[in-house]
Ligand binder design. Structure first.
Ligand code: MN
Ligand code: MN
Length: 264
């Protein structure tokens, strides 16, 4: 697979499909502030500087006028010759983002880090809720394999949906054994819901689900990825729930580390 060398940071300030509280629309500004405020440097843990790099650009907010319009906005940005790391927004945005990616990439896996499966057929009458995007993704065949890591909220309906769509799930209660067996062969799209991480490390999310991943466990997963990355999103950061920007700092760190995976 021939991937563009350029990687663009973009943002989607959208939280209209959040079921419980709004806030993720405010995430892009806070994450960018944190990335550039001088409290840390631009280098990753493994010694790569993705920001001061000729292949990096920050193209700001994607321009769209409706939820489903996010797909054309992302498609336009990809057509400019970049892979995209999208920050901000609730998790509903991953469905139109993956519609856009599918127009360009025929064979890829999605790695979803999340406390939740986001596989509801509909949630409170909304089939585009942030509880539903991966049901839509699987119905439309927008990826070739979906692997969810960090899951700890499944109910019978969501288990049924996972079976129906053939979704692979590494639930937290089996994390230590199952993570050893996780291997990727196809290129990867990473969809990173911050609430996959334990609220002790990431309080700035709408849905606090104890018993989640540590930041270090997430870093091990990322550092073990050897396949090319076609795109990524970091969603569900909610500044209203954060304490002293702890979660903004985490989102900024994840952005740098995922950019390294995309650019190295
Ligand atoms: Mn999610
Ligand atoms: Mn979630």
């Amino acid at each position: 697979m021939n991937l563009p060398a350029n990687v663009a940071l973009c943002s989607v300030p959208f939280d209209a499909h959040s079921s419980f509280m709004t806030g993720p629309a405010l995430a892009p500004t806070r994450v960018r502030e944190c990335l550039h405020n001088g409290s840390g440097n631009y280098w990753t843990e493994r010694g790569f500087n993705p920001i001061e790099n000729d292949n990096f650009s920050d193209i700001g907010d994607l321009q769209f006028s409706s939820y489903l319009g996010i797909a054309d906005a992302a498609d336009g940005a990809i057509r400019q010759g970049s892979r995209l790391l999208t920050i901000g927004g609730d998790h509903s945005i991953s469905y139109p983002l993956l519609q856009a990616h599918r127009r360009h990439y025929s064979d890829f896996t999605v790695l979803q880090i999340d406390a939740h499966g986001d596989l509801y057929d509909n949630f409170m009458g909304n089939s585009y809720s942030h509880a539903c995007p991966f049901a839509r993704v699987m119905e439309e065949g927008l990826c070739d394999r979906l692997v969810q890591v960090g899951i700890r909220t499944l109910n019978p309906h969501q288990r049924q949906q996972a079976d129906k769509f053939g979704v692979e799930q590494i639930e937290m209660m089996h994390f230590e054994e199952k993570i050893q067996e996780l291997h990727f062969t196809r290129p990867l799209y990473i969809s990173f819901d911050i609430d996959g991480i334990d609220p002790a490390f990431a309080p700035g999310v709408s849905h606090h689900e104890p018993g989640g991943l540590s930041v270090r466990e997430v870093m091990r997963i990322l550092h073990n990825i050897k396949v090319p990355i076609i795109g990524a999103d970091i969603v569900e950061y909610n500044p209203h729930r954060d304490h002293h920007g702890i979660t903004a700092a985490l989102a900024a760190k994840l952005a740098k580390e995922i950019l390294e995976l995309m650019m190295r």
